[in-house]
Ligand binder design. Structure first.
Ligand code: ADP
Ligand code: MG
Length: 292
């Protein structure tokens, strides 16, 4: 396309809240064959909440929540925010924490009031040899309700099972429908539980899911698609999406996401809605048509 038609396209996109940071991306957008979408904060609202807390040990709910929130105050994960606000609602005060350790894609480990506390998924429990098989069915039930199951272990024993819910954005289904109608292959990618991811995907009409992907793995999945001759768009909002956004042929960032994601992307969706994707692709097509 001519510089002039690209400028027109960039201006048009800006009117619908689509910020094009790289003129070349505007031209590539019409050639995409696959769109990879991050789950949390991209397809979903990204403001998770604790909906259930099942006690499995001797501690009561306030005691467990106090320990949970104390440890999670060291984490920036959306799950940590959900736990902290649950504790805040009950006006619990936090205990001091030491030896805090955040384990990518697994959860957190720390000490507080002389106890060793683990909070995270089944991978974290496996890593510390915590028995959770007796609760495998309850865990799967939580996941099938599109909620994330999180285990809490204290001093080597399972102490609680919690469910975290992060609803999908009201317009994700219709936006994804537009992408599919335009012929794109749409894939959800997430570090979350396989069953949770499947349940969310079915709510928004996605049938290809890459779940339980470690943070470094997202860029690798994009690269594998490219090696299979797909022209790949990636959409995300988080720090751990940044390498995948950079790897993709066109990276799209949710404008309300983290700065690192926006800086790594070619196009930012300032309204936070996935409808910006189909809008950008339409503008890309119109831009290319103008010069032919
Ligand atoms: P995502 O961004 O898709 O949630 P992550 O790699 O950040 O992917 O996290 C993957 C999983 O690791 C989460 O679904 C959760 O089970 C666990 N996890 C990560 N951080 C925490 C945390 N701070 N507290 C509890 N669980 C966590
Ligand atoms: Mg995200």
């Amino acid at each position: 396309a001519t510089p002039m038609s690209v400028m027109v396209g960039v201006g048009k996109a800006a009117e619908s809240g689509v910020l094009i940071r790289n003129g070349e991306a505007l031209q590539t957008a019409s050639q995409l064959t696959t769109m990879v979408l991050d789950k949390t904060g991209t397809i979903t609202e990204g403001k998770p909440q604790v909906t259930d807390l099942k006690l499995l040990g001797d501690l009561d709910e306030s005691q467990v929540l106090t320990l949970l929130a104390s440890v999670e105050s060291g984490s920036e994960h959306p799950i940590a925010e959900a736990i902290l606000s649950a504790a805040q609602e009950k006006e619990l005060s936090l205990s001091p924490v030491d030896q805090f350790d955040s384990i990518d894609g697994h959860g957190v480990s720390a000490k507080s009031v002389g106890k060793h506390i683990l909070i995270g998924n089944d991978k974290l429990m496996n890593r510390f040899s915590i028995e959770y098989e007796a609760h495998a069915i309850a865990t799967k039930e939580i996941a099938q309700q599109a909620k994330t199951p999180i285990f809490v272990a204290i001093d080597g024993k399972l102490e609680a099972l919690i469910a975290i819910s992060d609803p999908v954005k009201a317009d994700s289904l219709s936006a994804i429908q537009r992408l599919k109608t335009s012929g794109l292959r749409v894939i959800m990618i997430t570090g979350d539980n396989q069953h949770t991811a499947q349940a969310i995907a079915s709510q928004v009409g996605i049938d290809e899911v890459f779940a339980e992907v470690l943070p470094e793995g997202k860029a690798h999945e994009v690269q594998k698609l490219q090696q299979a001759f797909e022209v790949v768009g990636m959409t995300g909002d988080g720090i751990n999406d940044a390498p995948a956004l950079a790897q993709a042929d066109v990276g799209f960032a949710i404008g309300t996401g983290t700065d690192i994601a926006i800086e790594s992307a070619d196009i930012a969706l300032m309204q936070g809605s996935l409808h910006g994707l189909a809008d950008a692709i339409n503008i890309s097509k119109a831009t290319l048509k103008n010069i032919k």
